[in-house]
Write a new protein. Structure first.
Length: 401
């Protein structure tokens, strides 16, 4: 049997490609070429790959050149991109080399937040009022209309550089911060409400599975708050509303095969309002949460869908799950305390990255964590109470420099 050739664009930890210690992709069926950034290159096991190349993902011309060189010798059949930073360049490679999968025009609405929200607005999806930013005067008029707005980088990741504006003074400071880059941002009215996300598996244009998670706070608070919790939603009325909205958004963007991470608000009027969507796996511990709920690994599912392979079987568990992430603050870590917290059997897994004596900087994005804890419980309320217990017991103290 002739092997097919896969190109992976990698910024993902190597262990995400493993299942029970083995590489997810069948090396008897595929030759695997990988272009990895420098941060991840030394994690790779050379036995898993036909060839390994090192290149940063913002070096698009170099990546395209390497891809063409690989393709000239070994016709590439599939391109795999599992992170936000790699989906657009993967789409360009598919277009350039006529490879099956999402092309550039299909991928841009999942990456460029202005294209995304404009397209959904045209399709009748409820979105926040929004505008491209062309001048300070236009932004000031928009602010005066809503009194609380946000600026988002069009190609932003993990809430990084998202600015909440609640005064004319803060608007002026944000304009100083973004400088000549105003065209790379959009502005939106600020939506008051509870944030949710849907992590969805789509095959042949149909939703196969969707997990709805409630945020116990705002992803925008990572630089000012100590922690953020997440819990699987189990209220049928909310689930029905969110799942229908999620399906409408995915159909509007014509997603055929893949995994999406979709965030939305349940506002004060009990309406679902779009926030943003990505054609990749959700961050934080959403992968582990999904696996507890369904026994499926989203990395494996994403790869299977890209390769046209059969999805693994799954069964929904009767328990509920959630997790909490703790964020770094500025200063030297003086003490990490958690009492007898780790004796609780309902803590399914945890990791504490912070170490006493280390100097830390405030979190730069919403998944820049000092520690996390994943828990299970009987229902959403039970999990929420357990996350609150962890929040009250776990503490990192700092000595400011």
């Amino acid at each position: 049997m002739t092997k097919k050739n896969i190109l992976i664009l990698n910024t993902t930890p190597y262990n995400k490609y493993l299942k029970d210690g083995d590489f997810i992709i069948n090396k008897e069926k595929y030759n695997i070429f990988i272009i990895s950034n420098k941060k991840r290159i030394n994690e790779l096991n050379s036995k898993d790959f036909k060839e390994i190349f090192c290149c940063e993902m913002n070096e698009e011309d170099k990546i395209l050149q390497i891809s063409c060189e690989i393709n000239n010798k070994n016709k590439i059949d599939h391109v795999i991109a599992l992170s936000e930073k790699t989906v657009l360049i993967a789409a360009k490679i598919r277009d350039h080399l006529h490879i099956k999968g999402m092309g550039y025009n299909e991928t841009v609405p999942f990456r460029d937040k202005y294209v995304m929200i404009e397209k959904l607005n045209d399709k009748g999806i409820k979105v926040p009022d929004f505008s491209i930013i062309t001048s300070y005067e236009e932004a000031l008029n928009f602010f005066n209309k809503y009194k609380k707005i946000i600026f988002k980088p069009r190609l932003g990741i993990g809430s990084q550089s998202v600015q909440v504006i609640e005064s004319k003074e803060s608007l002026e400071k944000v304009f100083e911060y973004i400088g000549n880059n105003i065209y790379s941002y959009i502005m939106e009215e600020f939506i008051e409400g509870t944030m949710y996300c849907c992590d969805t598996i789509i095959q042949n244009g149909n939703i196969k599975l969707c997990n709805v998670t409630k945020y116990l706070g705002s992803t925008l608070d990572f630089s000012s708050k100590n922690s953020l919790g997440f819990v699987v939603e189990d209220d049928i009325r909310i689930l029905d509303k969110i799942e229908r909205f999620n399906e409408d958004v995915i159909k509007s963007l014509n997603m055929k095969d893949g995994v999406t991470h979709h965030e939305m608000f349940l506002n004060e009027n009990n309406e679902i309002v779009f926030c943003e969507i990505a054609c990749r796996i959700g961050g934080g511990n959403l992968v582990e949460e999904f696996e507890i709920m369904y026994g499926l690994n989203l990395y494996e599912c994403s790869i299977c869908l890209e390769l046209g392979e059969k999805l693994p079987k799954y069964k929904k568990n009767s328990i509920c799950a959630g997790f909490i992430m703790f964020y770094y603050k500025d200063g030297e870590i003086n003490e990490i305390s958690y009492g007898d917290l780790l004796y609780n059997k309902w803590i399914k897994s945890y990791e504490i990255f912070a170490q006493t004596g280390n100097k830390a900087l405030v979190a730069k994005h919403s998944t820049d964590t000092a520690a996390y804890f994943i828990v299970t419980g009987e229902n959403s309320n039970d999990v929420t109470n357990k996350l609150t217990s962890i929040k009250n017991q776990f503490n990192i103290s700092y000595v400011n420099n």
